[in-house]
Each structure stands twice: as structure tokens, then as C-alpha cells.
Write a protein that binds this ligand. Structure first.
Ligand code: PHE
Length: 458
């Protein structure tokens, strides 16, 4: 893979490809339910602050590491220092663990697409429909298998470029539709005089703040921007030296945050108006429970058309992300064990299916099994986002601070002109590991059910 490393020919090519990996279910499915669960406006504010400070800095660091070394994560850390190569492996473990459960959610998207394509808006909007579906063993397995199968076929045939091309058209349409649906939600809430949900989402209420708001926002930041798993290092290795790294990072960040914000605007206020404040704790199913109700409200024809269109777009956003997840794992296995692409792809497909099975069944036949009090899918999500990614991020910062030195990143970023936020970057890269360690400790305590009632609450 390293031998004939191709490059993105233009800045826009790089930004779109990186944004294709970044924008996915993380923005549309994960962000809204976390925002709903962790205080609405205050979560939004914390996320925003973290993303323009820490998220930006880590993104610049990862892209610069990739471009400087010209290698993907494992090779890059190895080149920086032999003793650091384990970080590359740890980073590679993250996409390997995310891909399986990501595909379970991808399967839910396909299911909803089929429902809306067959005019089932009112069926999907009915109470209990979603729970019935995810509790059904064969259905959840079937759609999970279809999603991961399609991802594998694309990776195997090496037609990512084709998918990328299509998604370059789909992404802007997704933005337009999202703006339209969000506007519909705001207007119809306004007409009904229901402001509670909108206020909950848009107005930071400090009494909703807790340390878990920060833990969740930080995990979401990594996940959504595809950070702390070596992916941006790989993308950086394909970036040409004459492309402005700093402004590329800003654009990816802006794109990613914009879509997440819109998704929240579509979903969070609607939850409050349909199911009241208690509905906010619905967890991973939130998007699938709420949006059909919104579409259904648009009337039988428009509702089905917009619903189907929306889920096609979400499916493409999810596929560009799952392809980049699988591609990463496949190429690592291929390089490491000198396997043919076909073999490596089959191994990853088989392993991911097996690892994903418990997540797919965790809402039905295996719902009695609740590691650390979570459903199995949330457990995998927690381990990767709240434990592994902070660890990889801490190590990346430490390597940048003490092995490479921040100046190396600043120099790489300054190749095309002054690195405007160099001071912020330098401060963040030193401060972040300390914050991350604190966050990690809280996350672990929380997982074991030790909560900090009132602690760090305003
Ligand atoms: N960032 C993607 C999303 O928001 C998820 C993802 C993570 C994709 C890591 C690729 C790599 O959905």
C-alpha cells in the first residue's frame, strides 16, 4: 500500500474525502441522542468549545504526522520511534471494533429506507415499531449482513472512488434536505407553540452540566471527526505538501459540526414535542424512533418521499464512513501478514460479522446480557469511544510533545504559510493529555456505576 501512495490532487479533493469519512452516522445518529441525553444546549456548547480547541489541534497533529511521514498509523508511529509503534496498533484496534456495531446501525438505516420506499411512513411512525424491529432476530441480522456485505464488496472491488463520487453529489443534497427538515421541525413546533424542545437544544442550561457531559462530548468528538484511530494520519499521508493543512482541518471540522448541529435540530426538539422530556433518554434508537414521526407529520405522500430520500442520503454518508473503517483494517492485515486483498477482506468481513452479532442481537434474544449495565451495542460504543480513543489521543499528544516536539507539527503545517493558530495548538497539545486522563478516570468510574452525584455540577 505504501509503495504506490497516490495523492489527492487538490485541496478540495482532500477535504471532501476526509469529510466523507468524518460525516456519517456519528453526526446523524450519535450526536442527537447524546445531546438529548446530556443536557441539550450545554452539551452543544461543550462540544463546540472542545471541537474548535482540542478537536482542531488533534486533527492538525494527525494530518501533519501522516503527511510528514508519508505513512499510515502503524508505519508512522514506528518511523517516529520504534518504541511508539504499539500506538499504531492500538489505534488500529479502534476501527476494527467500531466497524461491526457501526454496520448494525447501518442495517437499521437500510431497513428504514425499505420501509419508506414502500410507503410505510405511518407504520414506521407507530409507537413500538422500532423496538419490534430491533428485537426481531432475523430482521436485525439480515439488515446488518446486507450493510456489512455491501461495504465489503465496495472495499474488495476497490470501487471506493465510485462511491466517493456519488457521495460528493449526495452530501450537498443531504445538507439541503437536513436544512429543510430542520426548518419544518422548527416551524411546526413554533405553530404549535411548543418551544420547550428547541430551547432545551439551543439554550445552554448550566444546571444540566455534569462531568459526564464532557466525557460524552469528548468521545463524540473523536468518533465524529474520525480522530484517535489513525484514520486522519492515513488521509494526511495522501495529502500533497502544497495543500494548506490548517484551513483543510477547519473545513472538515466545520462540515462535520454543521451536519451534527442540523441533525440535532431535526431530532431533539421533535422528541420533546412527541414524547416529552422523558423521551430524551431513549438512547441509540432516538433517530429511528423520532424522525419517522416527523416525516409522517408531513403527510402520506411527502412524508414517504422525503423519508426515503433522507434515508438514502444517510445510507451514503454511512457507507463512505464504513468503507473507510473497513479499508483501514483490511490494509493493515494485508500489509502485516502479506495476504492477498481478497483474503484479507474476507477475514475482516467474517470477523466483523462475528463481533457484530452480539450487538445486533443485544436488543432482542440477548437483551438480558447487559455488560456494565448497557446493551451490548452501547457497551462496544463505550469501550471504543470513552476508553480506547482517549488512550490513543493521550499517547498521540505525548508523542507529539515529547518525542517529535510540537515544533515539528508546526513546521509541517507552516509549509504553505503561517500556521495562524500555532499558539492554541501548542497549548492544547500539552494541556489535553491532562484533561483526557481526568476524563478517562471519570468514564471508568461511571462505567462501574460509581457516579459523582452533584460533583462538578453547577
Ligand atoms: N466519523 C464517522 C461518523 O461520524 C465514523 C467513523 C469513525 C468513520 C472512524 C471512519 C472512521 O460516522
Amino acid at each position: 500500500m505504501e509503495k504506490n501512495r497516490s495523492s489527492f490532487t487538490s485541496k478540495i479533493g482532500f477535504v471532501l474525502a476526509a469529510a466523507g469519512s468524518a460525516v456519517g452516522l456519528g453526526n446523524l445518529w450519535r450526536f442527537p441522542y447524546l445531546a438529548a441525553q446530556h443536557g441539550g444546549g450545554i452539551f452543544l456548547l461543550v462540544y463546540l468549545i472542545l471541537s474548535v480547541t482540542f478537536g482542531f489541534s488533534l486533527m492538525v497533529a494527525e494530518i501533519a504526522i501522516g503527511r510528514k511521514t508519508g505513512l499510515s498509523a502503524i508505519g508512522a508511529f514506528n518511523k517516529i520511534n520504534k518504541k511508539c509503534s504499539f500506538i499504531g496498533y492500538l489505534a488500529a484496534l479502534v476501527p476494527a471494533l467500531i466497524l461491526p456495531y457501526y454496520s448494525v446501525i447501518g442495517g437499521w438505516v437500510i431497513k428504514y429506507l425499505t420501509v419508506f420506499c414502500t410507503g410505510g411512513a405511518s407504520t414506521a411512525a407507530a409507537d413500538g415499531y422500532f423496538d419490534g424491529f430491533i428485537g426481531n432476530t432475523w430482521q436485525s441480522l439480515l439488515f446488518f449482513a446486507i450493510f456489512i456485505g455491501v461495504t465489503a464488496v465496495v472495499v474488495l472491488l476497490g470501487v471506493e472512488k465510485g462511491v466517493e463520487k456519488v457521495s460528493k453529489i449526495m452530501m450537498p443534497i443531504l445538507v439541503v434536505i437536513s436544512v429543510g427538515v430542520a426548518a419544518f421541525v422548527c416551524i411546526s413546533n413554533g405553530i404549535r407553540g411548543e418551544w420547550e424542545g428547541l430551547l432545551y437544544y439551543l439554550k445552554p442550561d448550566f444546571s444540566n452540566f455534569s462531568i459526564m457531559t464532557v466525557v460524552a462530548a469528548m468521545g463524540q468528538l473523536f468518533y465524529s471527526m474520525s480522530l484517535a484511530m489513525g484514520i486522519m494520519i492515513t488521509y494526511g499521508s495522501y495529502m500533497k505538501k502544497d495543500v494548506n493543512l490548517e484551513s483543510s482541518a477547519h473545513q472538515i471540522e466545520f462540515f462535520d459540526m454543521g451536519i451534527a448541529f442540523l441533525a440535532g435540530l431535526m431530532i431533539v426538539p421533535s422528541v420533546v414535542s412527541y414524547s416529552g422530556i422523558e423521551g430524551l433518554n431513549k438512547g441509540p434508537g432516538l433517530m429511528f424512533v423520532t424522525l419517522p414521526k416527523v416525516f409522517n407529520e408531513m403527510g402520506p405522500v411527502l412524508g414517504n418521499v422525503i423519508g426515503a430520500l433522507f434515508f438514502v442520503l444517510v445510507l451514503f454518508a454511512a457507507l463512505t464512513s464504513s468503507i473507510s473503517l473497513m479499508e483501514t483494517v483490511v490494509s493493515i492485515i494485508q500489509d502485516k501478514f502479506h495476504l492477498e486483498r481478497k483474503v484479507s477482506c474476507s477475514i475482516v468481513l467474517g470477523a466483523s460479522f462475528l463481533i457484530g452479532l452480539p450487538s445486533a442481537l443485544g436488543f432482542g434474544v440477548w437483551s438480558g446480557f447487559t455488560p456494565m449495565g448497557m446493551d451490548i451495542l452501547s457497551f462496544f460504543d463505550f469501550i471504543t469511544n470513552s476508553i480506547l480513543m482517549p488512550i490513543v489521543a493521550i499517547m498521540t499528544c505525548i508523542v507529539v510533545c515529547y518525542v517529535m516536539k510540537p515544533q515539528a507539527i508546526i513546521d509541517e503545517t507552516s509549509l504553505t504559510g503561517k500556521f495562524k493558530l500555532a499558539k492554541l495548538f501548542k497549548a492544547m497539545i500539552y494541556v489535553a493529555p491532562v484533561l483526557l486522563i481526568i476524563i478517562l478516570i471519570f468514564a471508568i468510574f461511571e462505567a462501574f456505576g460509581i457516579t459523582f452525584g452533584g460533583f462538578l455540577k453547577f
